[in-house]
Design a protein around this ligand. Structure first.
Ligand SMILES: C[S@@+](CC[C@H](N)C(=O)[O-])C[C@H]1O[C@@H](n2cnc3c(N)ncnc32)[C@H](O)[C@@H]1O
Length: 153
């Protein structure tokens, strides 16, 4: 799906994503190295001034992106256990086929559970996502423009 809109993604959604990233920045201490799951063109990966890597499974989004972005799947992250001090995922989770697997992968590669996930408010999967989070983490919710920001600390 994202392959088709990759070329115009930044123009269509860049401004909106930056507003969400501003909110994340205000609410969590970002510590290097950072992982961005479902990084798209890297807007969210490159926003914070830290060593970061983004993972996405759309080759087209990566092609139109910049920065340290690699091809990979959220449900099977290509990293060792406890690699990252901060993990973010911005407006991507509703796309993941197996959201629980992706959450457990994020937990696995995170060093100390400093995780910020924004989830599209209008998605039908929002309540199910909340249920999954409750099963695996303690978290708080913050309004984040078109998304809800879930902070796992
Ligand atoms: C709305 S975009 C968000 C991109 C970026 N986080 C941002 O804020 O601009 C959602 C991204 O999730 C990616 N995605 C969807 N399913 C994925 C999966 N299973 N593994 C990795 N990335 C995935 C899509 O390719 C797309 O680039």
């Amino acid at each position: 799906m994202y392959n088709n809109i990759a070329k115009s993604y930044n123009e269509l959604h860049g401004e909106e994503q930056i507003k969400k990233l501003d909110i994340i920045k205000k609410n969590i201490k970002i510590i290097s190295p950072l992982l961005d799951v479902g990084c798209g063109t890297g807007i969210s990966t490159n926003y914070f001034n830290v060593e970061s890597v983004g993972v996405d499974n759309s080759k087209e989004m990566l092609k139109y992106g910049s920065g340290n972005l690699i091809y990979g799947n959220a449900e099977k992250l290509p990293f060792e256990d406890k690699t990252f001090n901060t993990v973010i995922s911005v407006t991507s989770f509703h796309n993941f086929k197996n959201m629980e697997k992706a959450l457990l992968e994020i937990k696995r590669v995170s060093k100390n559970n400093s995780i910020a996930i924004t989830f599209l408010k209008k998605s039908r999967k929002l309540n199910y996502f909340r249920k999954l989070l409750k099963k695996h983490f303690n978290f708080k919710e913050i309004d984040c423009y078109n998304d809800i920001l879930f902070l796992i600390l």
